[in-house]
Design a protein around this ligand. Structure first.
Ligand code: C2E
Ligand code: MG
Ligand code: MG
Length: 553
């Protein structure tokens, strides 16, 4: 092969391939013969004042083995943007020396090589910066996952505990010291944090005041102790003020149930969530109950759509009864999920569907079924009562929800009066306008509405005053006490009197005992729903009750 040809090859390989030093041996192979090349070793050293100042030189072999303790035959040096110097050490076979021409043409080759080396080094910087949190310079979630994945591959991850933590009241510091100084405090905290870690461990800054870390199991106790108070300072009016920052922390003690690096984060995060919202403790370890709950939750999310299509949701009906006459005056539709041989109750799956924004499809499905039931009873000449259907507050933000409800009812050709829509009381001021518009639109469409779990929400009095509802359903907690007291009676009596004067009907739920019925009769509420009469039941059982129409003594 002639020189020009091998030179061309060299340039072509370097330009076409992805830029890594690994490809240089194939690019150089042909040329090596012409120049008696044994090895080319590049050494990157970091300049004073550069970001990596003080880091040891990096040795990158470009061709052949790295000779130990041997002076090179030639070397070339190249400076990159004042940040680093790359030295190319050239080793030849035997005691071969180049003539002037060879030296000159080889230095052109080195220039080309340097150009690609710069590209490679630049790529490395870019890659590394995408793995770092910009403020603190600690690894970010990407950097964490790269590190963690390697440990997972080698199996060494079993030697670690995984942490997810939040700083307590950091928002307060940002307000007290201002955003810029708040950032400085965060940097000081991150620096101290970094000081705790050994080379075989990692702490990553996920942004905001969220951090995650992998700590060797034998150091977990020390780390928890460390996190309970880190001393930093904040500068205000030119003066340094000491601050102690504590963290709330979730810990996952890695075990063989770990499937991938992502779970290091998600499991520790679940424990953190528990520590903050339920246990109110500075740290919580992941336990079995938590993982089972998460597993269930995941299953529910994953299977929901399919379950809806397969009719795995069944609608149970619970009668509403007039306690004076014993007559069934209505029913509430409550969903049950028959999932792989077990029955799931709404308290298990509704909150998850709400959280995932999937509950509207279930509520509309239940509505369809309720309409189907009514139309079926009417066709079969079974005495028909209105059915109430629960709609989640989450559905309110869905713009077309009222249109969809009316479309479903009309499609079944039943009188709109046979459907009642229940929503629970609002918990926040923000929801009030959504709620008002939802209830008014339904009212305009001639569909009755009820406020569910009345008395447990944000402001029950203004609910009564402002919302255009037909019914309130008094929550079971109002009659839940084992011994009903005078106070229970006074509260109920006043709710009921007020409602009646406002033209609102009252239903009480959760009625289980005779004494509750008596108390309610005494205060003027005689429509009830509860185990005293019946549990929620499948349609055929409910039809038998409907045919009799009355609960007799
Ligand atoms: P809710 O609408 O207040 O329904 C009444 C709940 O009380 C039902 O629980 C019912 O089984 C239960 N219950 C009835 N009588 C008694 C009694 O005498 N004592 C006691 N302790 N409890 C009684 P369930 O069926 O587990 O439903 C729980 C909640 O889940 C419902 O409360 C409702 O808010 C929600 N829900 C049920 N189905 C759906 C649905 O399809 N969509 C939506 N969005 N929510 C639903
Ligand atoms: Mg309800
Ligand atoms: Mg209720």
């Amino acid at each position: 092969m002639n020189f020009e040809k091998s030179f061309e090859n060299f340039v072509q390989i370097l330009s076409e391939e992805e830029v890594t030093p690994e490809i240089s041996p194939s690019a150089i192979a042909d040329i090596a013969k012409e120049y008696s090349l044994r090895s080319i070793v590049s050494i990157v050293s970091y300049a004073k004042g550069s970001e990596q100042e003080g880091e040891p030189d990096t040795v990158i072999p470009l061709f052949g083995p790295v000779p130990e303790g041997e002076a090179p035959a030639y070397f070339f040096r190249n400076n990159i943007a004042g940040q680093k110097t790359v030295t190319y050490n050239i080793y030849l076979y035997g005691d071969k020396q180049w003539n002037d021409d060879e030296y000159k043409s080889f230095s052109i080759l080195v220039d080309i090589l340097s150009f690609h080396m710069e590209r490679f080094l630049l790529n490395t910087v870019v890659r590394e910066s995408t793995l770092k949190q910009y403020l603190t310079g600690l690894p970010n979630s990407g950097g964490f996952l790269v590190f963690a994945s390697k440990l997972c591959e080698s199996g060494d991850i079993m030697l670690y505990d995984s942490f997810y933590f939040n700083l307590k009241s950091f928002g307060l510091y940002s307000r007290r010291y201002g955003i810029a100084e708040g950032d400085e405090i965060m940097k000081r905290y991150a620096k101290k944090l970094k000081g705790f870690f050994n080379k075989d461990e990692i702490v990553a800054h996920l942004g905001g005041d969220n951090y995650t870390a992998l700590v060797k199991k034998e150091r977990t106790k020390d780390f928890l102790n460390f996190l309970s108070g880190v001393d930093v300072y904040g500068i205000r009016n030119g003066k340094e003020e000491p601050i102690k920052i504590a963290a709330v922390c979730g810990v996952y003690a890695v075990d063989d149930s770990l499937k991938d690096a992502g779970q290091l984060l998600s499991r520790a995060a679940m424990a953190l969530n528990y520590a903050k919202n339920e246990a109110n403790k500075p740290y919580v370890f992941v336990n079995k109950a938590m993982s089972t709950r998460i597993y269930r939750q995941k299953q529910i999310e994953d299977r929901y759509e399919e379950a809806l299509e397969n009719d795995e949701f069944r609608i149970y009906l619970q009668p509403k009864v007039d306690t004076i006459t014993g007559e069934i005056v209505g029913a509430e539709a409550l969903s049950r999920w028959f999932c792989n041989g077990i029955v799931l109750y709404p308290t298990e799956f509704i909150p998850i569907l709400e959280q995932e924004g999937m509950v509207a499809s279930l509520d509309l499905y239940v509505l369809k079924k309720a309409c189907e039931f009514i139309s079926d009873w009417q066709k079969r000449g079974i005495p028909t009562v209105p059915i109430s259907v629960n709609f989640s507050r989450r559905d309110l933000s869905y713009k077309r929800i009222v249109e969809e409800i009316t479309e479903v009812i009309d499609k079944y050709g039943i009188d709109r009066k046979f459907i009642e829509i229940e929503v629970t009381e609002t918990v926040s001021e923000d929801e009030r306008s959504l709620m008002t518009s939802f209830l008014s639109k339904l009212k305009d469409a001639g569909i009755n509405t009820a406020i569910d779990d009345f008395g447990t929400g944000y402001s029950s009095l203004s609910t009564l005053r402002d919302f255009p509802v037909k019914v309130i359903k008094i929550d079971k907690t109002f009659i839940g006490n084992d011994n009903l007291s005078k106070n229970d009676e006074i509260v109920l009596k006043n709710i009921i009197t007020m409602s009646k004067e406002l033209g609102i009907d009252v239903v009480t739920e959760g009625v289980e005992r005779e004494d509750q019925i008596e108390l309610l009769k005494g205060v003027g509420c005689h429509i009830v729903q509860g185990f005293f009469y019946d549990n929620p039941m499948p349609k055929p059982d409910f039809e038998k009750r409907l045919e009799k129409k009355y609960y007799s003594e």
